[in-house]
Write a protein that binds this ligand. Structure first.
Ligand SMILES: [Mg+2]
Length: 266
């Protein structure tokens, strides 16, 4: 736990790490205040591409978490960065996503559509809570045409008040079942989000740590990016699961909850 003491950039998962169903976990608020008091910074790294940063901020503020736009990095932003870097903004992209995801890409100047038309070169799939069979069908048609295929995040399930619901990884699994094709995922565990967050915060990677509850996204991104990875047991992962994990899924530290991290840095 001593390895947490000199960290300045705390990269945090949200659901299952800081709260569950909008209920704050333990001393989350004290922890966040302490990070800032110690001259550090916290950033939320979320794979949820169904909600924009503008919708997150009031929801977090309502449960007491201080959050502004520069505290966020979403898989939607990572996807935009990935497309721009690898293809530029002008390639015509068909987007399977929520209106808010499509609007953020449009506002950023990307050449997107949700109509099946000629000249489409990219397929982009997000956590689409407005999914229809037509969109799935058109995604498959584009894959059969041979367009490049990108998705925001590999998470299979997203927690809700009544249990887990299909996330982006379940939508891409559905497309894969029909076409055999897997996308490139731009969000966690691809290390890009950590690199971008470190650059944005102006804090080097050796002073950063990644804290989260899901091994195949939160812990894997920390390890892939070479920062200290910390698993909390307040979400979906159990000690037993960690004991049976291997490779980039093994966290550097295991904590019962965010409270242990607060105790270590206060
Ligand atoms: Mg989580």
């Amino acid at each position: 736990m001593n390895r947490l003491k000199d960290k300045k950039l705390f990269l945090l998962d949200l659901d299952g790490t800081l709260y569950v169903s909008e209920k704050i976990i333990g001393k989350t608020l004290e922890f966040l205040d302490t990070v800032v008091k110690n001259g550090g910074k916290y950033m939320f790294l979320t794979n949820n591409s169904s909600k924009s940063v503008e919708t997150y901020i009031p929801r977090l503020n309502a449960i007491g978490i201080k959050a502004a736009e520069d505290n966020f990095f979403t898989s939607a932003q990572a996807t935009a960065y990935y497309i721009e870097k690898n293809y530029g903004k002008n390639k015509r992209a068909y987007v399977v996503g929520t209106d808010s995801f499509k609007k953020s890409l449009l506002d950023d100047g990307f050449n997107i559509t949700d109509e099946l038309e000629d000249g489409i070169e990219l397929l982009v799939v997000g956590f689409d809570t407005e999914l229809t069979y037509k969109k799935l069908e058109e995604a498959c048609i584009l894959i059969h045409r041979g367009v490049d295929y990108i998705a925001t995040n590999p998470d299979l399930a997203c927690p809700s008040q009544f249990g887990f619901i299909p996330d982006c990884g379940a939508i891409t699994a559905c497309i894969e079942a029909a076409t055999g094709k897997k996308p490139h995922y731009a969000g966690k565990p691809d290390p890009t989000m950590v690199y971008m967050a470190s650059e944005k915060a102006g804090i080097p990677l050796d002073k950063a740590c990644m804290i989260g509850d899901r091994l195949y996204t939160d812990i894997a991104i920390g390890n892939n990016a070479g920062v200290l990875s910390v698993a909390v047991l307040t979400g979906e992962t159990t000690r037993e699961e960690i004991a049976n994990s291997e490779g980039n899924l093994v966290p550097d530290l295991i904590c019962d909850s965010i409270d242990d991290i607060y105790e270590a840095i206060k």
